[in-house]
Design a protein around this ligand. Structure first.
Ligand code: DAH
Length: 352
């Protein structure tokens, strides 16, 4: 009698299996056979009523039905899951042959580009590119550059003081000269340039900004003279403004150089005919420079009897304005995107 019940369940199961066509139906089937009151579960309950010696055989036949079910269940379950996954993948497929949406890309800042170009020229001559702090000590920004406290030369640089009289925002990149010499501990040669930000209490106008950039240079070795300086500047400006560009030095005054000069380049625009870029002089001033003052060498730990050097300071914005035909330095620091356009156009002109 009880064995017949097992047979019945088995037959019913075989019939039911033929009707299943999706996951939901499969799950319903599971409940029908293995749920709390499922048909196979019920068969298990019958074991209690079976005499002991038959329990094993009866149990075996119930297990057989159970295996038929579980095998069917597992196979179908895997098949349905795969089907669902395939459908999902098909619906989410990406057509890689479609043209991509264009992503607007940024352009390099002209100032950054220019500084990089200058760095490359100097690195090719064996210079290191070094850095120094923008928050500087009065000692390095002035005193060790031969500008003692109270000296009138300080007035030319309207300095932002941060703490009392000792801590300031550097008004020039020249303090990096001092720091480099102190680090050099009397060893030669020193060959460095330092591009960096500088600060002065200037009112902002087309040619002034309270924050601007300089490119400082320092070379210390044996028998260095003004002609070395001139030759070095010449290499740079020919690279920046074209091979026909000439360099000229005219006398100037800085506390930390003796003699002091300003470096001019021949006007790349009018070639001497006269234009508003060179203010009809045919020459454009691009840097302050000179032979390092013996006091500065001495304070930096270099014996001025043995060593000499030259130093220079370019205004980065000025170089960029000249090179790219920009007449207002404020464009470097605002969000006027015309700056990039000027750059793109000039780059194209220069490459053509
Ligand atoms: N620091 C000077 C300035 O800000 C520029 C300069 C002049 C730098 C002569 C130098 C130098 O290294 O030798 O006006």
């Amino acid at each position: 009698m009880k064995y017949e019940q097992v047979e019945e369940v088995k037959k019913l199961l075989e019939k039911d299996m033929d009707t299943i066509s999706n996951m939901d139906e499969l799950n319903e089937l599971k409940v029908k056979y293995l749920g709390k009151k499922g048909l196979i579960t019920n068969l298990n309950q019958l074991i209690k009523e079976i005499p002991n010696e038959e329990k094993k055989e009866f149990g075996g036949s119930v297990n057989e039905v159970r295996s038929v079910f579980t095998e069917f269940y597992e196979n179908r379950k895997n098949a349905y899951e795969e089907e669902i996954l395939n459908k999902k993948l098909a619906s989410e497929a990406i057509d890689i042959s479609l043209p991509a949406t264009k992503v607007a890309s940024g352009a390099p800042s002209i100032l950054e580009k220019l500084v990089e170009e200058v760095e490359e020229v100097f690195m090719s001559m064996g210079y290191d590119v070094v850095d120094g702090p923008e928050i500087e000590l009065d000692k390095y920004n002035f005193e060790m550059l031969n500008i003692p406290k109270g000296h009138p030369a300080r007035d030319a640089q309207d300095t932002f003081y941060i703490e009392g009289e000792e801590v300031l925002l550097r008004s020039q990149t020249s303090p990096v000269q001092v720091r480099t010499m102190l680090k050099g501990k009397g060893e030669v040669p020193i060959r460095v340039i330092c591009p960096g930000k500088t600060y002065r209490r200037d009112d902002d106008d087309a040619t002034h900004s309270h924050q601007f950039m300089q490119i400082e240079g320092l070379l210390v070795d044996k028998n260095i003279s003004l002609s070395d300086l001139k030759g070095t500047i010449d290499v740079l400006v020919k690279k920046l403004f074209g091979p026909e560009t000439e360099t000229r030095l005219h006398p100037s005054y800085y506390q930390f150089t003796e003699p002091s000069v300003e470096a001019d380049i021949s006007c790349f625009n009018c070639h001497g005919a006269g234009c508003n870029i060179c203010k009809n002089t045919g020459w454009i001033t691009v840097a302050g420079a000179g032979v390092v003052h013996p006091n500065v060498l001495k304070m930096g730990g270099y014996d001025p009897e043995k060593w000499s050097g030259f130093a220079f300071g370019f205004g980065s914005e000025r170089l960029a304005m000249l090179k790219y035909g920009i007449n207002d330095c404020r464009v470097f620091y605002n969000t006027d995107l015309r700056e990039e356009k000027v750059f793109d156009r000039k780059e194209k002109d220069l490459n053509d």
